[in-house]
Ligand binder design. Sequence first.
Ligand code: URP
Ligand code: ZN
Ligand code: ZN
Length: 469
Amino acid sequence: MATLIKGGTVVTASDTFVADVWIDKGKVSALVAPGTQLGHADQTIDATGQYVIPGGIDCHTHMSLPFGGTTASDDFDTGTVAAAHGGTTTIVDFAIQSKGSSMRAGLDAWFAKSEGKAAIDYGFHMIMTEANPGTLAEMAAMVREGITSFKMFMAYPGVFLVDDQQIFRAMQRAGELGALITMHAEIGLPIDVMVQKALAEGKTAPIYHALTRPEVAEATGTERAIALAEMAGVPVYMVHLSAQRALERVAEARDRGLATFAETCPQYLFLSEDDLRGDPPGVGDGEWKGAGYVCTPPLRPKHHHDHLWRGLRNYDLQVVATDHCPFCMKDQKELGRGDFSKIPNGMPGVETRLHLLWEGVRAGQISLNRFVEITSTAPAKIFGMYGKKGTLAVGADADVVVWDPKREKVLGKDTLHMRVDYSPYEGRKVIGTPSHVLSRGDLIIKDDVWVGKQKQGRGQFCKRGTFGL
Ligand code: URP
Ligand code: ZN
Ligand code: ZN
């Protein structure tokens, strides 16, 4: 079936031009001067006055993540449908190798979670909780299956934390395989001491989540991860970078010519430590409201926003992903009432990333092309999907968003599709929203309504290539 998207302004990471986009058999088949007749279109979408951009790629999500005695509330069905509503057509989620178990078992568990459920295309990173001879050997098999990136944690002692020797060994092996190590770079051992001290002092409110995970813990972890990667002679990618000093470590490394990459997330650009403080006493939910803003690394004071936006503009930051990891206030965040350390870490975000970043375009923080680059092209390149995903070019998957820059939307739990009982952005008006979303040529969203013929299970596993920019 041939589809024509006519009269829109095509925006890629490098170019902006008015063109008709022709789609055939799920791929972009031609980009031509408006009005050029290439045959019969079975379906025509009028994109006049709108932008035509590559579908968003969110390379950091956690569907159905088990965490802190509960499970992230979006699964591969609800979470990918929500992603599509927000203009994201591919996610890369995190499978977990649990301590004492194999990567194979972790990968099989994530295939079982996703197969027959995902509505858009998806890939996996592998969280490595141990780098022992068995898991190091398994990395090759993972890479062959298209799992070409691995996440390691300096945080969460006893659960995810791995020591420097293990990180270093995994980096060396990744270098041999062309895989990429991604790092959660907060130093978790001293953080845990700070957490225990705060609790012993009766400091139990959500704000103490931020006050016990200071910026320096992330900056130091970032520097250490970069040093390990430099010693191993491999690239490294910092996930969910939240703060100025960590960014400075990345910038220094890049200035020295190291292959250091970093992503930030909308919550670090738009929310702040003030949100974690909740409502003033006697108003609304009081300090408990802050539980909805508990994520890790924590939200930082507002002055960090400017640094992160500058980092996005000057290429010290390459990607904006979401770290989508929602937990409902009821029953889930509740687990941490009276003890902030038991609040499940994470926030909803997979649906609102493009809306929020478009505010950055409107405010002149980033250009149109940079918007496309950080939301689609750069994650495709860094994570081995480019060509198939991440741009609009002949032969690429027809993952396309027609973006209406004039249409308004008020963000809130009732206007969004994520399966969670609150929105961190409740009541925020944004201007600019997808009018049409196509996934491999199928029109799946029109005017915020799912119109795809199939939903659950239409998403395909995306086997990713090895690292090479
Ligand atoms: O708060 C967060 N980020 N939850 C998900 C786990 C992680 O570290 O990415
Ligand atoms: Zn993390
Ligand atoms: Zn995460």
